[in-house]
Design a protein around this ligand. Sequence first.
Ligand code: SF4
Length: 824
Amino acid sequence: MRAEVDRIAEPWGERTPYGPGTPWPVRVDSYLEPGVTDGDVEAWVPTASVLHSNGDAMDVAVAGGRIVGVRGSARDRVNHGRLGPKDLFGWQANRSRDRLTTPLVRRDGRLEPCDWDTALGTIVDRSKDLVETYGPGSIGFYTSGQLFLEEYYTLAVIARAGIGTNHIDGNTRLCTATAAEALKETFGCDGQPASYADVDHADVIALFGHNMAETQPVLWMRVLDRLAGDEPPRLVCVDPRPTRVARHAAVHLAPRAGTNVALLNALLHEIIRMDRIDRAFVDAHTVGFDELAARVADCTPRWAAGICDVPAAAVTEAAEVLGDARRLLSTVLQGVYQSHQATAAAVQVNNLQLIRGMLGRPGCGVLQMNGQPSAQNTRECGADGDLPGFRNWENDAHVADLARVWNVEPTDIPSHTAPTPAMQIFRYAEQGSIRMLWISGTNPAVSLPELERVRGILRRDGLFTVVQDLYLTETARFADVVLPAATWAEKTGTFTNADRTVHLSERAVEPPGDARPDLDIWLEYARWMDFRDKDGRPLVGWHDPESAFEAWQECSRGRPCDYTGLTYDRLRATGGIQWPCTDEKPEGTDRLYTDGVSWAAPDACETYGRDLVTGASVSETEYRALNPHGRAVLKAAEYLPLHEATNDEYPLQLTTGRTLYHFHTRTKTGRSPQLRAAAPDVWVEISAAEARRHQVAEGDLVEVTSPRGSVRGRLRVTGIRDGMVFLPFHYGYWDTPGGAGPGEDGGRAANETTVTDWDPVSKQPLFKTAAARLTLIERGDGAVSPAPTTTASAPVDPAAAPPTTGGPAALARQSTGEPGGERS
Ligand code: SF4
């Protein structure tokens, strides 16, 4: 194995092949800034990655009070030492010179520095005034998937039992709301059934709308290493782009955007027709098989081919691979989640696993993936509007139990109606009933759909906006008060990845200037607001991360996400541990549902469910009749056509997505030199046939226009399916003259073009399906698109663009062991 690799040019590093059922070998990746040696490092401080959902465990290298590098953790169950490019280089954003170091308050239209007392005093005065005058529903909270568990839990208590508002959600609504909803619809409760270790055992891995190579590159390394070893698994890939996953797939299906339900119904049809069903499992653990079979009875491959524009024979071939699998692992992400029948499609993947009896055994399970590092905590702590601990807001006993934990009256917890999802929170702010919006760790001025509208909402005179972040983001520029937050490695706390692995992240360095951890900000706010429980004691009775964690443990006790067997010391000693972790199961839990489906019983479930087509709630009475014994529910759904179809004016299907080198709105990765250089600007992707039709070529400056707005970027001609145009959604305006919105060069943010619309069940917005047209603005004359060549954006003509490399600045070390510790 080479000692150093350019990890921009080779994002996944070198292979360490292994066979089924054998341990994934260790490979330790590390990067120290130029001029720093191991001998210079004064401390290695444990943490995990915050730039995706994989939870790659690592140590931060500290010298002279600064972060100087990172090293993968060899002992950790998640990554066995490996790091992805964002892990290796992303930390440099922490010390960017434009970090916020002091609070800002708007005076006479300008944001001016002030002290914390002034900033907090302004927020507290406004909060009290609004609650008194307009009631608690006049305040909303919009948070993130990147903060820590302790912070979300504290925020949830403040919002729910302190203020008493139902308006709290995270940007996880844009990302993984469908994952949560799909799990709830099938299993009665959120909670990832499978484990990353299932990659070690599976003989078929099916990836639905999941570009794992770019969104979870370390998990993809695990798959690559299986592919390079004995008895490699076969991959099934559903994706309209020629991703790295697609290139390795035994069967690649590239359907029209928005047709996943049709495709999945045809796969189910074929598996039932071929009788590849585990009838004993279905009878013992599910309800609804007859309805499902009836629903897909007419969904033949030929029928699906007409809707999805994929060959009928390929659908049958995929069904045969899935039907023949002895150990089937399925994964799902944004290609499914961000479309108009998101939950309906994600649930069909659950159905596929269930009718094949592929659950709760090594190599068998479903990963309804998350995107963000702590999306799981947003959900389980209730910062996404759900009740903490996966309690059911429609079940009075669950509300009473939460009231017991918080020592408040049940009526103090707003549960009279469903929690308000993010898109509705912004609608209320637009209409004026929400008068204060506290935005933490997220950048809706780039990440929400239809940005001109979003900027209008944030600009509204009647809306008081607090923004808590690391930088003066596009969103912060609209704020009335800006609070400088500390970030990862500057504060302590825990977070949980997509396969339920909890990591402790310790403070390694001091935050810059007066920046404070989000937890400290909310603890201080709670103190100033003087929130009390029913006995007059402080409602928020904790004072630091560890005591906040202990408070959360009590809230989680006896719930599916039970943390009571975890402590900071255990996490320090062991590295990542999967919940539930209790005194009875101190090692944590690899897989859920090894002994049947446990949380779907009417008295235990987190939800009674929704109709997958309309989103209408299923009543408690209906649920009790449907599922009295608490089995997994095989929920069927009919295919419905797209909401925004193409037409003569907008003939292309517009889809947006991500690239390996950036995260979200690039607030962090855009401040890392290697990552920034790898993908420096927005680009536009179409196929070679579309390029001919539009008479455009690589490097031409083109404009993508939808009924909402337009974006300009240089063209990349790729193997994307014909009739589609792809825009990466990472690029905003903070590093352009526009600052918070489009300047003279036109729009740069993909969400100028996306539509205000959402899945009826999960309320996740549609970023994958809109209609658009493409026009030439200016010939490239030798210019090259800034799209990376190492990813799904690779040009069809390899000579069209120079390969993406990082050069000496991107050389990271890799080794097969770590001094001082092999993986236990
Ligand atoms: S980039 Fe997409 S998948 Fe990743 S966290 Fe953000 S919204 Fe989720």
